[in-house]
Design a protein around this ligand. Structure first.
Ligand SMILES: Nc1ncnc2c1ncn2[C@@H]1O[C@H](COP(=O)(O)OP(=O)(O)O)[C@@H](O)[C@H]1O
Ligand SMILES: CC(=O)OP(=O)(O)O
Ligand SMILES: [Mg+2]
Length: 414
């Protein structure tokens, strides 16, 4: 039987896996996800063909490794899923790893690359730990299947020096790898290819401002098919606020917030060290701190339930508007489109309308009917610009990080 590709997207509170056929382009075989690892009970979502299913998981799954093992077993034991009945049916496992340091491309896991990635864990303990735990598990328990790690940061290696350099002591910066890296690059790569194809333009001639806004949010300026700036930085904390992240603030703020900023946070473990400052700004801020919810669909409503909800919405709009203006100028006003993606970007018609209205001076205009309807299930890219608009297109793209990894794996390794 032909082998398949498994793509894994592990976060701190969820693990998503998708099986694909090992062909170009890959075809989805099955999709499974566990969410709520940090807020039990965990929930399983499973989709195979037309079969969709959601349930609470009875077993205790307290780590991303537990969740991954559970998902694999669940898929292997489904009698309807004959294409992937055991580990023998897998050719490759693709892992999304957020921080790839200076890696410009995906890498195959062996002792040497795993060691190098271990070094990066210190730079991004909050974001790399879960994914690397699963990479390590696969190496030990599925030694015959090759693992490839894809990095969120790789897409942004084209950002010019003056943009990626922080104005601090350069010896210290170089010794410690302190620079802007940028993230969500696997998603930006999917969006760029899909939108260029939709607009019928070569990738290397495509200029876009892309918003990947979900529970982590960032924005990217793409010139001639290359990232020239993005809002996240050394870590995914910089730039836009998110579900529990503050986004950019005056770095001095945290020392006025608490006098324990430099101490280890209670969330640290013997393998993973997180400072109290990082814990506060990454996990105790954002929508959750402002409103008590991490769900932006409760915030992006016509009649917000409280002033705090309205404020959270207005803060998000304000920060995004600032970046769109800045990136429009960086791209010399020569952009093909502004693209909305990520859970919020794909689903919130209200946020899209509000932002486009605030950016009218750049020639952006939206078709209200198309915007309210949003993209259909099978529609990867949808144009929601006003028909008469001469300005940049306004587009929605349903991004897919797992597909992007499987696509590159199938293209380059057949
Ligand atoms: N209709 C909606 N309106 C606004 N926000 C939404 C809507 N549906 C989902 N969201 C937001 O999308 C987020 C998930 O986005 P996603 O990109 O999947 O996140 P993640 O960063 O976890 O990958 C949810 O936390 C929720 O806040
Ligand atoms: C980089 C990052 O913030 O990822 P996510 O949005 O999946 O949390
Ligand atoms: Mg995401």
């Amino acid at each position: 039987m032909p082998k398949s590709i498994l793509a894994v997207n592990a976060g701190s509170s969820s693990v998503k896996i998708t099986f694909y056929t090992f062909e170009n382009p890959p075809r989805t075989i099955a999709d499974a996800a566990i969410s709520g690892i940090t807020a039990p009970p965990p929930t399983l979502k499973y989709q195979q063909g037309d079969k969709k299913h959601k349930e609470e998981v009875k077993e205790k799954l307290s780590t991303p490794q537990d969740a991954f093992k559970y998902l694999l077993q669940r898929c292997f034991s489904d009698p309807d899923l004959s294409e992937v009945a055991s580990v023998d049916d897998l050719e490759y496992i693709c892992h999304r790893v957020v921080h790839g340091g200076d890696y410009r491309d995906a890498v195959e896991i062996n002792d040497e690359t795993l060691d190098r990635l271990k070094g990066l864990e210190d730079l991004a303990p909050l974001h790399n730990f879960s994914a690397l735990e699963i990479v390590r598990l696969c190496k030990v328990e599925l030694p015959k299947v090759r693992s490839i790690t894809f990095f969120d940061s790789a897409f942004h290696q084209t950002i010019p020096e003056a943009t990626h350099t922080y104005p601090i002591n350069q010896e210290i910066a170089k010794a410690n790898g302190l620079r802007k890296y940028g993230f969500h690059g696997i998603s930006y790569s999917f969006i760029l290819r899909s939108v260029a194809q939709y607009l019928n333009k070569p990738i290397e001639k495509t200029n876009l401002v892309v918003l990947h806004i979900g529970s982590g949010a960032s924005i990217c300026a793409i010139k001639d098919g290359k990232s020239v700036d993005t809002s996240m930085g050394l870590t995914p904390l910089a730039g836009l606020p998110g579900a529990t992240r503050s986004g950019s603030i005056d770095p001095s703020l945290v020392f006025h917030y608490t006098n324990e900023a430099g101490k280890l946070s209670p969330g640290s473990t013997s393998e993973m060290h997180i400072s109290t400052a990082e814990d506060i700004l990454n996990k105790q801020s954002g929508w959750k701190a402002l409103t008590g919810t991490t769900d932006f669909s409760k915030i992006a409503v016509e009649n917000p339930p409280s002033k705090a909800h309205k404020l959270a919405f207005d803060i998000f709009v304000d920060r995004i508007q600032g970046y769109i203006g800045s990136y429009y100028v960086k791209l010399n006003g020569e952009l093909d489109g502004v693209v909305f993606a990520g859970g919020i970007g794909e689903k919130s018609a209200l946020l899209r309308r509000t932002l486009v209205d605030k950016c009218q001076c750049l020639g952006l205009a939206i078709d209200d009917v198309a915007n309210d309807k949003g993209p259909g299930d099978e529609e990867t890219v949808k144009d929601i610009s006003k028909g008469s608009s001469k300005g940049p297109r306004v587009l929605v793209c349903q991004t897919n990080e797992q597909f992007e990894m499987a696509y590159h794996c199938a293209c380059s390794r057949r």
